[in-house]
Design a protein around this ligand. Structure first.
Ligand code: KIV
Ligand code: NA
Length: 268
């Protein structure tokens, strides 16, 4: 099969074919995910949590991201490689371009992800103009943890939901190619997915997103954290290969995420 491309992902959205994505930080897992049919491999700065054992993603550096992206990239044949721009690596368009260039050149990333909405539009435009595809990230933004105070569902009240919807539209207009939605009510994710032309990839954002992403260690039940929106795919499957195939199958058929993995606007 042909390698996954951003136009290919857009075509999947248009024909309502779900996009399966997982985070990945090493070559062994990358080969396995690639062979199981994962379309987007995300080298997430969640590696600060699950690889480095830190309480937040803030300690992750550009060097860390480049190293893990290169490890993943060597083993992936078909999947698109998306790499996170880490905390403080995209404060200006120029710095963002320098950081993205390293992820692309040294890491082999095909697109970069950054957190934030209206305050990042100049950066999204600049990177897109330099031919670096950008994935936005709205809802819960772990790089904002010290401003937020805690990791919590975002966009539950009408005002913040409106703001997230506006940010999604602005990112799309600024040239973003993809949009990650993290921990928002499924109703809001559904509305955003229907409104923007670019594919949405949800985590804790319900079944109506164009695609789903989970953290590798969470979906294998390896991490200590017990997250409502995640699921242990190793349980009930023969091994890791089968677990990843089951994840791809459940995303494609709309079986995952279920209501039990989603947050509703009005529930507490
Ligand atoms: O770093 C990460 O794993 C992410 C996903 C949760 C989307 O950004
Ligand atoms: Na991230």
């Amino acid at each position: 099969t042909d390698p996954v491309s951003l136009p290919g992902l857009l075509a999947m959205k248009r024909r309502s074919e779900k996009i399966a994505s997982l985070t990945c930080y090493d070559a062994t897992a990358a080969a396995l995910q690639d062979q199981a049919g994962i379309e987007v491999i995300l080298v997430g700065d969640s590696l600060g949590n699950v690889i480095q054992g830190q309480p937040t993603t803030l300690g992750v550096t550009l060097d860390h991201m480049v190293y893990h992206t290169a490890c993943v990239q060597r083993a992936a044949r078909r999947a698109l490689i998306l790499a996170d721009l880490p905390f403080m690596s995209y404060c200006t368009p120029e710095q963002a371009a320098h950081s993205a260039a390293r992820l692309v050149r040294e890491g082999g990333a095909q697109a970069v992800k950054l957190e934030g909405g209206r305050e990042r539009l100049d950066i999204v435009r600049f990177l897109t103009d330099q031919n670096v595809p950008v994935c936005g990230h709205l809802g819960l933004q772990p790089q904002s943890i010290h401003r937020l105070g805690r990791y919590a569902v975002q966009g539950r009240d009408a005002e913040s939901a409106k703001r997230i919807m506006e940010d999604a539209c602005l990112l799309s207009e600024a040239g973003a190619s993809l949009l990650v939605l993290e921990c928002i009510p499924w109703e809001l994710a559904q509305a955003i997915t229907a409104t923007v032309d670019i594919p949405t990839i949800g985590i804790g954002a319900g079944r109506h997103c164009d695609g789903q992403v989970l953290v590798w260690q969470d979906m294998l039940g390896m991490s200590a954290r017990n997250l409502r929106f995640s699921k242990n795919f190793l349980a009930g499957n023969e091994g890791i290969r089968e677990a990843v195939s089951a994840y791809v199958r459940e995303v494609k058929t709309g079986l995952f995420p279920g209501d039990e993995h989603s947050f509703g606007r009005d529930e507490t």
